[in-house]
Design a protein around this ligand. Sequence first.
Ligand code: HEM
Length: 294
Amino acid sequence: MHFYHERIPERIVHARGVGAHGIFKSTKDMSEYTKACLFSGHNKQTPLFSRISTVAGFRGYTDTPRDVRGFAIKFYTEDGNYDIAGNNVPVFIIQDAIKFPDFVHAVKPEPDTEVPQAQSANDTFWDFVTRNQESAHMVMWQMSDRAIPLSLRMIDGFAVHTFRWINKNGKATFVRYQWNPQLGVHSRVWDETLKVSGNDPDSQRKDLYEAIDEGNYPVWDFCVQLLPEEKEHDFPFDILDPTKVWPEEYIPKIKIGEMIFNRNVDNYFAETEQVAFNPGNVIPGIDFSNDPLL
Ligand code: HEM
């Protein structure tokens, strides 16, 4: 029975992932806007675990298909676990959650051939996105260099959804999160990606593991965009729509902390494979918006 249970079913999306332990350090006191304990005070440190993944491929596929990267964070705060499930692009493929199973069925292998294994180069993917115009924005990101990163230490993270921060007086502010690598965002060119994929399908998980092992810890600037609730209708687009970005020239990005990956896992299966992120895991000071996808 022990032997048989060395396997559990893989995630239906984001099956191939790599994880690391780390620390969130707050660099700016945000208690004016939220009572969430991790964002209050200077230099407050909160342990975290993060898992970075590809979306479509199977668990045993390569690290480097053309695909969006998932970037999930679990903060172990004194008020309980707070999970943020992000991606390395700022928008999502659909606005309406009920379309998610159809989209995933479209992007996953065809039923007769079980092709493709990890990339979205199939007719059903193109059928879906051409019939759902809200997908156009994310498809642009998917077909950009962002989808073929040089290293997982060099990708952005975006929580995509709009959340609400609640302060101690009960006042709410809309918030979008993003985290940007201090190494900068870097990508490969397509030909190089294809060669790396064939030469070493594990290149990106090794790169992350080895950097942390050598003490070369990757760091992300953790940022928010804040919008008072009264300003919800001040824009020519729906600010709660997850297929739209909040333009940084109108809603500036504020750095509120740093996220450092500083410890590898001891046991991939126990720590990385079995970690479970749930956007419903929130702590006091964090609330949900009417973002229809959320
Ligand atoms: C209606 C919308 C969505 C649905 C129904 C959905 C569903 C799922 C499901 C079923 C999983 C697998 C969970 C597991 O087996 O542990 C998953 C994983 C994930 N999703 Fe989504 N998702 C949605 C939107 C999003 C969005 C907008 C983002 C990014 C902002 C996102 C990021 C992720 C990430 C990063 C993971 C992998 C977490 C891990 O590393 O374990 N998802 N999602």
